[in-house]
Design a protein around this ligand. Sequence first.
Ligand SMILES: [Fe+2]
Length: 290
Amino acid sequence: MRNINRDTITDAVVRSFAGIEDERSRLLISRLVTHLHAYARDVHLTPDEWRFAIDFLYRTGRKSDAGRNEFILASDVLGLSSLVDMLETGAGSTERSALGPFHAPDSPALAVGGDLARGNDGEKLLVRGRVLDPTGKPVAGAKLDYWQAAANGLYWQQDAAQDQNNLRCTMAADESGHYAFTTVRPAPYEVPCDGPVGELLRAAKRHAWRPAHLHFIVSAPSYRPLTTELFFADDEHLDADAVFGVREALVVPVKSSTAESDAARYRLPEPFSLVEFDFRLERGERKIGA
Ligand SMILES: [Fe+2]
């Protein structure tokens, strides 16, 4: 490699990874090298610009911790997360949408029909629906991993007044694939702007608003896990999501219900707000990163 030059370096680097045994992993690395090099050639990347980019990544890592992932936020505002979601969405399944930076593992279990609102202020909301397979049959016992921001637009990681299990849960759907819980309606919020991603948004004069949303990961054995979000049809930020996560099929109307049976069962005021959505899973196995 003594005579490596700008014309030969890309092929040489790609060949250097030929020993990766897994075919898919080898493809991912070799194409990453090819596209990174093409980018550097395209823009004639300077050493100062390269150092700036490395520092941006370094600071992105420094800003991340167990409760917040600045890398995911960077991927989100670059539209990469949504593109990956779109590439992965199967024809018969619910559309995928952003995981976001605030998912945390090990949420406490909540029974179907349980209450997440507890001491939270805000508009009470009943969220319910079913988990279905591609033929419309219920997926009994499907697991839902759920999290949301509070009515002040903040997740527990951002708000010292919330305990770490606030407004998040796991739920096993019942034998008919039904899930249901009461909560408070979350507010639209601005993605965190106190890190390098915030600098990027400000440089572009981009706003940081996301429409209010409910986060779900829905999974069951022999089905592909589904990471998605639900949005409210009356939200003013639907057409300008800072992370490109809104899909028409994930926008649900907020109904006003006066069903006495629900009001009594869930101890809701009348009328109360109701969001209903059925998730559709596709068959398959979990993939790396899914
Ligand atoms: Fe979110």
